[in-house]
Design a protein around this ligand. Structure first.
Ligand SMILES: Nc1ncnc2c1ncn2[C@@H]1O[C@H](COP(=O)(O)OP(=O)(O)O)[C@@H](O)[C@H]1O
Ligand SMILES: [Mg+2]
Length: 240
């Protein structure tokens, strides 16, 4: 599907997102949408609230004001169980420091979300096999995370994030702990899998170069998104 066709379908709709920690207003009212299959980079200075945005999108932090609609579900109206279920089905997450479970092997880490989702052992085996191939880590399937390089660990983390086929990947500085060459390979993998499976992505990054895999960049500064508001941007795109 071309991105243009996907644009007609909104996956994530954020309206007036406001978040306060104590006395500090971190997010002052953010408005943006993410279309199905769209990859967005979220940039901004350290401490500007990028991780807070991801945590709100993932339902881990509750906004003080504003609405987040994910696949048409208003997160604020869901019970804790409903939110956990929606998150499990809809969102995969990749972190800077990989966060693999140290007591599980590579293939067990990748299969873990499928276990949580209650898949049969046969289905899990099959899907893990596919993913091991997709992220090219089959030769380390039985290894424990501590024996892997950073790049290998992040490839496993990407496979785990996409395990149950979520439509949205949240990535917080996914290459922040990798050297340039390894980071590039991980970015290429994320782009390739996002294209293949129409997975939308919101990727926090410090690195302007990493944005090459994204369709557009949101810049967070002083609690607001810089640049023209979403509606104007859409009109510009339509005109151009
Ligand atoms: N759970 C929390 N409790 C209190 N303050 C927090 C919490 N999470 C983040 N903050 C504060 O919110 C601001 C934005 O943090 P963060 O979203 O981590 O920024 P970034 O990811 O852009 O570096 C920082 O000032 C941080 O100290
Ligand atoms: Mg952060």
């Amino acid at each position: 599907m071309s991105l243009q066709n996907q644009k007609s379908q909104t996956l994530l709709d954020v309206r007036g997102l406001r978040k306060i920690f104590g006395e500090t207003v971190v997010l002052r009212g953010l408005d943006f949408t993410v279309a199905k299959g769209e990859r967005i980079a979220l940039m901004g200075p350290s401490g500007s609230g990028k991780s807070t945005v991801l945590n709100c999108l993932g339902g881990i932090e509750k906004p003080d004001q504003g609405e987040i609609l994910l696949s048409g579900n208003n997160l604020a109206t869901l019970s804790a169980d409903e939110l956990a279920g929606l998150r499990r089905r809809t969102i995969g997450t990749v972190f800077q420091f990989f966060h693999l479970l140290p007591t599980l092997t590579v293939k067990e880490n990748i299969g873990f979300p499928m276990e949580l989702a209650g898949w049969s052992q046969e289905k899990i085996r099959e899907r893990v096999g596919e993913l091991l191939e997709e992220v090219q880590i089959g030769h380390r399937a039985g290894a424990y995370p501590e024996t892997l390089s950073g790049g290998e660990q992040q490839r496993v983390a990407v496979a785990r994030a996409l395990a149950v086929g979520p439509p949205l990947l949240l990535a917080d500085e996914p290459t922040g702990n990798l050297d340039r060459k390894t980071g590039d390979a991980v970015l290429n993998l994320m782009e390739q899998l996002s294209e293949k499976h129409a997975v939308a992505m919101v990727m926090v990054t410090h690195d302007e170069r990493s944005t090459r895999i994204c369709h557009r960049i949101l810049r967070l500064e002083d609690g607001v998104l810089a640049g023209p508001p979403e509606e104007e941007r859409k009109e510009e795109e339509t005109a151009g």
